[in-house]
Design a protein around this ligand. Structure first.
Ligand code: 3PG
Length: 214
């Protein structure tokens, strides 16, 4: 992971078909949770900035587990990008795209996987050089049909659909030529994290890592 482009962080998808979307409530869960995912072969971890534990968790994982590629999700503006980079995030993910966020990430050298849901948003992100994007919220905005419709007019774009992706529908997404990987929270069931059932998370990670387009 030495060549993550700020606008085409395609290498994120080279490590496996699924990027786990992580909402962490307890900082002390950060390392065992990351270790459980790593044990299942999942190295790319998106820790969303939706809790007070998120930034210190990113810092902790980045320091203690260099084999993990930890990034920050739910970046909504330049300040989020700055905080994420300062915590040691190796990449950022955003639910939508703004020029201000894109500019801040480029200035920080923080690779960004920006969220888009419409053709106009996609065109704005492409204008700023982003070629690898998150379709969000994938199932709610058209999912497979939308991605198929975008393949021809936006042949230079590829996607990480996120939002409503499950082990059941992931293979159909992964089979599309313009999909590199998918994102999902199903690897981290709330009760498994709460109960410290790390073996279950490792099993879910292994199964996710084995997913292929079908
Ligand atoms: C999110 O931002 O919460 C992700 O899109 C995860 O969605 P999911 O819970 O449907 O996987």
């Amino acid at each position: 992971m030495t060549h993550l482009s700020p606008t085409d962080p395609a290498e994120l998808a080279a490590h496996g078909p699924v990027i786990p979307v992580i909402v962490l409530e307890r900082l002390d869960d950060a390392l065992p949770m990351a270790e459980a995912l790593l044990a299942g072969g999942v190295r790319v971890l998106e820790v969303t900035l939706r809790s007070n534990a998120a930034l210190p968790a990113i810092e902790r994982i980045a320091r203690a587990l260099p084999q993990a590629i930890v990034g920050a999700g739910t970046l909504r503006g330049p300040d989020d990008a700055r905080r994420a980079a300062a915590a040691g995030a190796r990449f950022g993910v955003s639910p939508g795209y703004t020029a201000a966020l894109g500019k801040a990430c480029r200035q920080l050298g923080l690779p960004l996987l920006p969220g888009v849901a419409t053709s106009s948003e996609l065109m704005a992100a492409l204008d700023d050089g982003h070629r690898f994007l998150k379709l969000f919220p994938a199932e709610a905005v058209g999912g497979l049909a939308l991605l198929k419709s975008w393949a021809s007019p936006f042949a230079d774009a590829s996607f990480c659909p996120t939002g409503g992706i499950t082990p059941a529908n992931a293979p159909a997404y992964l089979a599309l030529p313009n999909v590199r990987c998918v994102g999902g929270s199903w690897l981290l069931p709330g009760d498994a994290v709460r109960d410290g059932d790390w073996a279950r998370i490792t099993a879910l990670a292994s199964a996710a890592q084995a997913l292929r387009g079908g």
